[in-house]
Design a protein around this ligand. Structure first.
Ligand code: 5GP
Ligand code: ZN
Length: 113
């Protein structure tokens, strides 16, 4: 997608603080962290939102989630973390390329509101 910032990051056209990359996904630190550790995991495939996920993406989504756990551990989050996927306008999504937030730090966060 020509005008998608996360596609540009995935293509190496826009820099990021990369944590992990393979042929299917990329993980990088959020530019505006909301917690001491805050990174994003994206599929390289442009899927705008969770609404755009189809059964053929089942394995890809599973891999993203499993990778989130190992990266959380390697980023020092060994006492819990929060994962978020914002979807669409009402879900507060700002970047329309599917991404999984992983957030954590030494102190517990409050309940989801
Ligand atoms: P959303 O509300 O769409 O789930 O969150 C998008 C996230 O992407 C935000 O936390 C925002 O700080 C992050 N973000 C937006 N643009 C960039 C960018 O160019 N680089 C990085 N590393 N993060 C970005
Ligand atoms: Zn994209």
């Amino acid at each position: 997608m020509a005008d998608c910032i996360f596609c540009k990051i995935a293509a190496g056209e826009v820099p990021c603080k990369k944590i992990y990359e393979d042929e299917q996904m990329l993980a990088f630190h959020d530019i505006n962290p909301q917690r001491p550790v805050h990174f994003l995991i994206i599929p390289k495939l442009h899927l705008a939102t969770l609404y755009d996920v189809a059964p053929e993406h089942e394995a890809l989504l599973g891999r993203l989630l499993i990778k989130a756990v190992s990266l959380a551990r390697s980023e020092g989050l060994d006492d819990g973390f929060r994962t978020i996927v914002n979807t669409g306008r009402v879900g507060g999504q700002e970047v329309y390329h599917l991404h999984l937030h992983v957030l954590g730090g030494p102190e517990p966060v409050g309940p989801m509101v």
